[in-house]
Design a protein around this ligand. Structure first.
Ligand SMILES: [Zn+2]
Length: 194
């Protein structure tokens, strides 16, 4: 698994959509494999110590992955609606609401670099992971215009990202993965023609 892909989207819920990607013309699914799915959750800071321990139980990890796949489908729908119609449909909003309704979360105070902070935490691993994904989605909607949530311009790439650049003209998921190979392809095709 290419580690740079895990957090490339710039927001957790977009990173989740990016768990399926194309590498050497083959579709890869990080969630198709339990250990890479677990690594993906760790890299995205989704798990508390207690969660990591709880997920040593294979059945729990497997059922969490099923939940992740299902919310990934929802995130994908949201992105394609933003892409195609520039807004999120009522039907999809209802689906997000359904996912939120069943979450069990509670407030917790903890100290972070000598300051006290209040955060919401899920009761179970599943609650915690799902809450964080939906929270990241709401954060994106609050702080970013929908036009800055985009798909990479490379025709053989399906990765999404939040464009946080000042000019808002980012075209590639990353320069390393797509920007450079596109430039190189352009260079070679020009060379051939001349
Ligand atoms: Zn790309």
């Amino acid at each position: 698994m290419d580690k740079s892909i895990i957090t490339l989207g710039g927001a957790l819920w977009i990173n989740l959509v990016n768990t399926t990607y194309i590498s050497n013309k083959q579709e890869i699914d990080i969630l198709a494999n339990a250990s890479s799915a677990l690594q993906w959750m760790k890299e995205n800071n989704l798990l508390r110590e207690s969660d990591v321990l709880a997920l040593e139980k294979k059945e729990l990890l497997d059922s969490l992955i099923v939940e992740l796949q299902s919310i990934r489908t929802l995130c994908n729908t949201i992105l394609s609606e933003i892409d195609q119609r520039g807004e999120i449909s009522l039907n999809t909003t209802n689906r997000i609401n359904k996912a939120v309704e069943k979450l069990q979360v509670s407030l917790t105070i903890h100290s972070e670099s000598e300051k006290l902070k209040m955060t919401l935490e899920g009761e179970t691993v599943e609650d915690h992971v799902m809450y964080n994904i939906i929270d990241s989605m709401m954060n994106t909607f609050e702080n970013t215009s929908l036009g800055r949530i985009r798909k990479c311009n490379h025709e053989e790439c399906k990765l999404y990202f939040v464009d946080t650049s000042k000019a808002g003209k980012r075209r590639w998921c990353s320069m390393e993965l797509c920007g450079n190979r596109k430039k190189a392809a352009g260079f070679y095709s020009k060379k051939k023609k001349s």
